[in-house]
Design a protein around this ligand. Structure first.
Ligand code: B12
Ligand code: SF4
Length: 391
């Protein structure tokens, strides 16, 4: 206050500038508070703001890629510059406004379905409407509100993202205070577990940043590393995607390596095991979004029923869902693996044989494998792959 009074008397210009800066920073502080309110109204469970300096990620990211852990997701090797420097993705971006949205639908009895080898287990995130669409729309609404409020103060340049662009969403979410990166590499929040999606707005508006990063509360626990059916963690906090069932059933386009087929069990789209076992998920909140609720009985369907869908039924029943992204051929491939792991039954053998001749070479190869498993159950190897590293 003294400075202001003196400034007013002796340096009117300096006073005017400092008043402008103070007013602006007060406005940005108010805007940050307002963003939390808007984000809650739009259905986000939490919002946090951080700067976009990700230089510390350069080495771990490069080591991960050099190890080949990304498999054939070659897009992860592209645009590294933008991944590590968000301001090169959105010109002038100095902040990430990171959000999370809960997706676990209530009462989907996921453990019972997973443990029933005649059922198809679909990852809980993919039971309803494709989250990319829903979250991007909500983030765009949030971005519009921010633009209207900030534009009187400065020209605004910003873009919302969910998953699709070269953005390191987890490191940004951690910096923004949404949680810590668990040993399974997903972001965990101490009050909400990890069943949530992440998204962010990269913006040039210099909002105040979160100053407390959540402590890593994994401690001595290594339940996720041990439960992984395909032993996909070479080390805690590091995932070899080539072994992850989520990668094998969703991202991977070709034949599923035989060594993983038995361990995949009945997981036909993604995998949730490392989250399902995590003790922090007893604090998880069910989603409030009707759009994430299961459609077409996908939470609890028989493998055989889904395998008998023709392409039209597949396209109709997966409209607006993330499952559609893998296409009918990979859907059948995954279901054939599931049926190969199902209890031996004449009805399963009959349906597999029925579909074999008209199948594409990729699907036929998986059907042949499934038939061999069905007809020779004594050949089945142990379901879960043993751990190679015991750190
Ligand atoms: C590629 C990808 C995958 C791949 C690879 C996963 C992986 N662990 O990288 C596959 C297909 C396997 C996959 C699977 C799943 N995914 Co995914 N995936 C992505 C995607 C598109 C990119 C992730 C990425 O950049 N990986 C590269 C690695 C190297 O990056 P990273 O793990 O973030 O690691 C950084 C830090 O951990 C850090 N780091 C690691 N060690 C150390 C050590 C030190 C000292 C330091 C400083 C840093 C550091 O360095 C890394 C590089 O910067 C993101 C969306 C996005 N754009 O971010 C979603 C995302 C991570 N996936 C998500 C989900 C939900 C899943 C699944 C649960 C889906 C399912 N049910 O099947 C599974 C979970 C499997 C698992 N345990 O990770 C959510 C996670 C939400 C959350 N709570 O964290 C995301 C954020 C999508 C979203 N928008 O919500 N996914
Ligand atoms: S999602 Fe499943 S397969 Fe992938 S790392 Fe987690 S437990 Fe392993």
């Amino acid at each position: 206050m003294r400075f202001a009074e003196d400034g007013r008397k002796y340096a009117p210009e300096l006073y005017r500038i400092s008043l402008f800066v103070m007013t602006q920073s007060t406005s940005f502080t108010n805007l940050a508070q307002q963003i939390s309110v808007w984000a809650a109204d739009l259905g986000f469970a939490q919002v946090g703001i951080c700067d976009t300096d990700l230089r510390v990620q350069k080495e771990p990211l490069q080591t991960w890629l050099d190890s080949g852990y990304h498999g054939d997701m070659n897009w992860l090797t592209e645009n590294l510059d933008k991944r590590l420097h968000p301001e090169r993705l959105v010109e002038g971006a100095v902040r990430s406004i990171s959000v999370r949205m809960n997706y676990l639908p209530g009462d989907t009895r996921h453990i019972q379905v997973l443990k029933n080898p005649t059922k198809a287990y679909v990852s809980r995130y993919a039971l309803g409407r494709d989250y990319h669409k829903l979250m991007r729309k909500r983030l765009a609404q949030l971005a519009d509100k921010i633009r209207v409020a900030a534009e009187p103060l400065m020209p605004v340049n910003q873009r919302p993202f969910v998953d699709s662009a070269p953005v390191l969403e987890r490191p940004l979410a951690v910096k923004a205070g949404l949680g810590w990166a668990g040993k399974h590499t997903l972001v965990i929040n101490r009050e909400a577990g990890s069943w949530f999606f992440l998204g962010e707005i990269l913006t040039n508006v210099p909002l105040p940043t979160n100053d407390t990063v959540a402590a890593d509360l994994c401690g001595e626990c290594s339940a996720c590393l041990k439960v992984c059916p395909t032993d996909a963690f070479p080390r805690p906090y590091e995932l070899d995607a080539r072994r992850c069932i989520s990668y094998l059933t969703i991202e991977h386009k070709g034949s599923i390596p035989e060594e993983f087929r038995t361990a995949i069990g009945n997981r036909v789209f993604g995998c949730d095991d490392c989250q399902a076992i995590c003790p922090w998920n007893k604090f998880a909140h069910f989603t409030q979004e009707d759009d994430f609720k299961p459609r077409h009985g996908l939470a609890d369907s028989d493998l055989l029923t889904l395998f008998q869908w023709d392409e039209q039924t597949f396209l109709r029943n997966t409209e607006g869902s993330a499952i559609r992204r893998i296409g009918y051929e990979r859907w059948l491939r995954n279901l054939a693996v599931g049926l190969g792991n199902a209890p031996s039954a004449p009805s399963v053998i009959a349906v597999l044989e029925q579909r074999r001749d008209a199948a594409t070479p990729l699907v036929r190869e998986h059907i042949e494998w499934a038939l061999q498993q069905q007809k020779n159950p004594q050949l089945r190897r142990q379901r879960k792959l043993p751990r190679r590293n015991q750190e």
